[in-house]
Design a binder for this molecule. Sequence first.
Ligand code: ZN
Ligand code: ZN
Length: 186
Amino acid sequence: MPAKGRGALPLRPFLRLRAAAAPSLAQSKFLPYTVCMCIIDATTRLDGLLARLKAQGLRLTPQRVAIVRELVTRCDHPSVEQLHTAILAEFPTTSLATVYKTIHLLKEQGEVLELGFGELGSRYDGRRPKSHPHLICTGCGAISDPPSQGPELDELVASLAGQSGFAVSAHRFDLFGLCPACRKES
Ligand SMILES: [Zn+2]
Ligand SMILES: [Zn+2]
């Protein structure tokens, strides 16, 4: 049971993130907003994504656009609660259900990557919706993309698919450990 296996890992920060969905979360040191090593141009990605959603005939309310923008412009792989807290600053009447619905819609379009952690909840990557490795800090809960990904992983996936005759549609590669800031503290 993968969920049980992950539960054995020291992932308390995820619990803290879920429990602290209060406005103070924005200032929390557990909001790893500063960890950004990805190379995605958020503006280009956002413009393209909004154009595609519009072309699908989806109604883009100002709240929905704000949620999509938040998802695409931050690279800390936020939870639904974190997104909701951020959106409330601009649209105080936004419900958590609206954020859930928007993420669900983006998932249906293949425009967001969900990283599920069982009972600890999910985190989302709206910048890079295709499978890619993640660095997950068990000290502070930060999730970041590696600065670069060489061709090795793609080659490994292709090789495993070739050996097994398996048509791979997605994969998941999580590296658990301590981020540079937590290593300094420990
Ligand atoms: Zn950390
Ligand atoms: Zn990512």
